[in-house]
Design a binder for this molecule. Structure first.
Ligand code: MF3
Ligand code: CO
Length: 254
């Protein structure tokens, strides 16, 4: 499978990227105290339907839902549940994927429940977002994959937070997960050379405390070993002649 997409394929990935982003916007708008993560799942289901898309996640390796909703110490792959009630001050990571016209879209955001996060949470969100931005800035033809990974790692660790190793970003196209893997840690100049047409999902998972991960008995939910909070942001990024193009972000809403 070629890692480089044609302009026509990138246009399709752009449509999928904007679709998943609109779904996530609806989900984020429904994050209020008292809502359950199952309520968010239902909004994501309806949103995916409204886009004329299908879920990239439900059925993927047996994952049961269209949304991952990971609260506080949950890092990724939290399974929506009627029993999981959101409270003011919680941090909730929302990860969604769609399949539209044969091409995948995949994106994640983390938000605080009920507006202003506490200062420590606010810093975790800001650092994770700027680490993603630092990685994206390195997604240029002629750079190396390690340049992306290293930029993310430095942004996180220089702020005193830690990078999760067990989960990584990925290529995306006619499959949800394509080569190459995109770790959130690495060395400049290491790994594959980046070329025009590659489309990468860059998705730092950042822990407030130690990087250690524990898996819950549901077989999906990854939590921090020390119980501290974690944040996750993800964009799909095309490497173009003019530099990185964030497919999962509306330029007007940047
Ligand atoms: N954004 C995550 C990823 O790219 C979500 C996968 S959830 C799954 O790996 F359900 F699809 F496994
Ligand atoms: Co992903």
């Amino acid at each position: 499978m070629s890692l480089c997409k044609s302009p026509a394929e990138i246009e399709k990935l752009r449509r999928s990227g904007l679709a998943v982003r609109r779904v996530l916007a609806k989900v984020v708008a429904a994050v209020v105290p008292g809502a359950t993560t199952w309520d968010l799942e239902e909004i994501a289901q309806a949103g995916i339907r409204a886009e004329g898309a299908s879920s990239a996640f439900r059925g993927y390796r047996g994952y049961p839902c269209v949304l991952c909703a990971s609260v506080n110490d949950e890092i990724v792959h939290g399974i929506p549940s009627r029993k999981k009630v959101l409270r003011a001050g919680d941090l909730v990571s929302l990860d969604c994927g769609v399949l539209l016209d044969g091409y995948y879209g995949d994106s994640a955001v983390t938000v605080a429940v009920a507006g202003a996060p506490n200062p420590a949470h606010g810093r975790l969100l800001a650092v994770t977002q700027s680490a993603l931005a630092a990685g994206i800035a390195q997604a240029r033809a002629g750079n190396y994959l390690g340049d992306v990974s290293h930029a993310v790692q430095v942004a996180v660790e220089s702020a005193g937070f830690s990078v999760v190793r067990e989960f990584v970003g990925h290529g995306i196209g006619t499959h949800l997960h394509e080569d190459p893997q995109v770790p959130n840690y690495g060395s400049p100049g290491a790994g594959r050379k980046l070329r025009e047409g590659m489309v990468l999902c860059i998705e730092p998972m950042v822990n407030q405390g130690s990087p250690e991960v524990r898996m819950l008995a549901d077989g999906w939910t990854a939590v921090t070993a020390d119980g501290a909070c974690s944040a996750h942001f993800e964009h799909a990024v095309a490497i173009t002649r003019d530099g990185p193009w964030i497919l999962t972000q509306d330029a007007a809403a940047a």
